[in-house]
Design a protein. Structure first.
Length: 380
């Protein structure tokens, strides 16, 4: 048997209609559409419909989905009450993981794994995870969570549920673009986890909880938090070059958010988010964080080490600036990643189930053999 590379580099686990990641050329395609076109034009709901149905919706279909997500996004009062009992210092991803699991207790389709039930849960949970994310933002500040409004789309509702005020268009547009860009990314670690869980016959809540737990890791969804903490450590534009020389040129550190397992060209999502970060920073009147990030990226772009290894900013790099400029706490960045990725995860879960086989790879044993049993009283 041929051994796969460590980390399953270059291994395909099957066919998918959902997205294409071309790391060599820096391309990302959702079900046939370039990410740049979707980020510039699409509502998140349009991308959700595309992934779930294989085509873009017409006006009536889009409105039906928007309204359904707003209504179905309501979270049971019992789950919100449980969240109020959690320590206010709890990691937001741990809260999201636990609360999403608790949703299963109140979902009428929880244990039904038929395709029709899975589709109903996909709709329900995509709205609910957004509500949970906004709810924890308020609960840990001692504020009451806010239910989604039936007249708003998901990005508008998220901003409304954070603040309780009419959502501002610049912030909504930034959140919508972020969610579109993070919706789907082929067989990444959390998506693969969701498909492995689904392949066992487990329910959708279990698969999503498994995906959330995987996304929590700093090598996956937590990377944008680490990027922002790095920018905060640099603190001022004047410190960028000295920090780069002391930490990066010396080999002591690496730049969080630059480099990617797949992309050996500029991550197309990073290019879009750089533009969004620049516009949002200018509109907010605080351009410092964007300037720090952009200057650091320029230093890396001109450095031979980064040139030789094809290291470019990835989606986490400028998304950190976008989210921080919206006044979100740094540790809330990864839950926003999760709520954006819900459409992709649920689409993969349904795709896995429609042509399922238990995902069960092998491993090459390299341990000892034929050891002799030693009675307990003779062991040292």
């Amino acid at each position: 048997m041929t051994q796969a590379k460590k980390g399953l580099d270059g291994v395909s686990i099957g066919d998918s209609r959902l997205s294409l990641v071309n790391g060599t050329e820096g391309k990302l395609i959702y079900a046939g559409y370039k990410i740049e076109d979707l980020a510039a034009n699409a509502l998140y709901e349009e991308v959700v419909y595309l992934l779930w149905n294989g085509r873009l919706p017409n006006a009536a279909e889009l409105e039906e989905l928007r309204a359904a997500l707003a209504v179905q996004g309501a979270v049971p009062a019992e789950v919100l009450q449980q969240m109020k009992s959690y320590p206010k210092s709890a990691n937001p991803m741990a809260v999201l993981r636990t609360s999403t699991s608790a949703l299963a207790f109140y979902d009428p389709d929880s244990e039904d794994t038929s395709i029709e039930a899975q589709k109903r849960k996909a709709l329900r949970m995509t709205g609910q995870v957004t509500t949970l994310t906004a709810a924890w933002y308020r609960i840990r500040q001692g504020l009451e969570p806010i239910s989604p409004r039936k007249d708003l789309n998901l990005s508008q509702n998220f901003m409304y549920m954070l603040t309780g005020t009419e959502p501002e268009s610049t912030a909504v547009d930034a959140i919508n673009a972020y969610m579109v860009l993070l919706t789907e990314h082929s067989m990444n670690a959390s998506t693969f986890t969701s498909r492995v869980t689904t392949s066992t016959g487990a329910d959708m809540h279990s698969a999503i909880v498994a995906a959330i737990g995987t996304l929590k890791g700093p090598a996956h969804g937590g990377a944008n938090e680490e990027a922002m903490r790095m920018f905060m450590e640099i603190a001022e534009v004047a410190n960028v070059e000295p920090w780069f020389n002391e930490n990066i040129k010396s080999g002591k550190r690496r730049i969080m958010g630059i480099g990617h397992r797949v992309y050996k060209a500029l991550d197309p999502r990073a290019a879009v988010l750089r533009e969004r970060a620049a516009a949002l920073s200018k509109a907010s009147g605080n351009t410092k964080w964007f300037e720090i990030a952009d200057q650091l990226a320029n230093l890396a772009r001109a450095d031979q080490y980064f040139i030789e290894r094809n290291l470019y900013p990835n989606v986490d790099y400028f998304s950190a600036i976008v989210l921080y400029t919206l006044n979100l706490d740094v540790d809330m960045f990864t839950p926003l990643f999760a709520m954006s990725r819900m459409a992709g995860w649920t689409a993969h879960i349904i795709e896995q189930q429609t042509d399922n086989r238990l995902i069960r790879p092998t491993a090459d044993y390299v341990g000892p053999m034929d050891l002799q049993w030693v009675p307990l009283n003779q062991r040292r």
